[in-house]
Ligand binder design. Structure first.
Ligand SMILES: [Zn+2]
Length: 117
């Protein structure tokens, strides 16, 4: 809608300029257009490990240790203790590419990785 007269606006793209022009009056707005796509999704995703049987298995703890850098220095028995009786483990927010990479790699080892934006 044209802010001056309320008529409809025509949008034209000329090079790096986006030109909004009223069909009725002389109102016109030029703006530069960013080439970075506006919709790229969130930068970070929240990641969770979800245990298949509702409780962590030794196999899952081994896979978690292998794929999650924060667990690399923790022993399997300590990890099993840390996960305890919980049905899932919150990994917090991960940078999107890291989260997607983790999901792909970890799921090959039988881990369930739940990502949410
Ligand atoms: Zn107008």
């Amino acid at each position: 809608m044209c802010p001056a007269c309320g008529s409809s606006i025509v949008v034209k793209m000329i090079g790096d300029f986006e030109i909004l022009q009223c069909e009725h009056c002389s109102w016109k707005l030029e703006s530069t257009v960013s080439h970075v796509p506006l919709v790229t999704g969130p930068e970070v995703l929240s990641a969770k490990l979800r245990w298949k049987d509702g409780r962590v298995s030794t196999k899952e703890a081994i896979a978690a240790k292998k794929h999650v850098p924060a667990f690399a220095d923790i022993g399997i028995s300590a990890l099993l203790q840390q996960f305890g009786d919980s049905t899932e483990y919150d990994l917090g927010e991960l940078y999107r590419p890291t989260a997607l990479q983790l999901k792909e790699a970890a799921e090959k080892d039988g881990l369930v990785v739940v990502l949410r934006s």
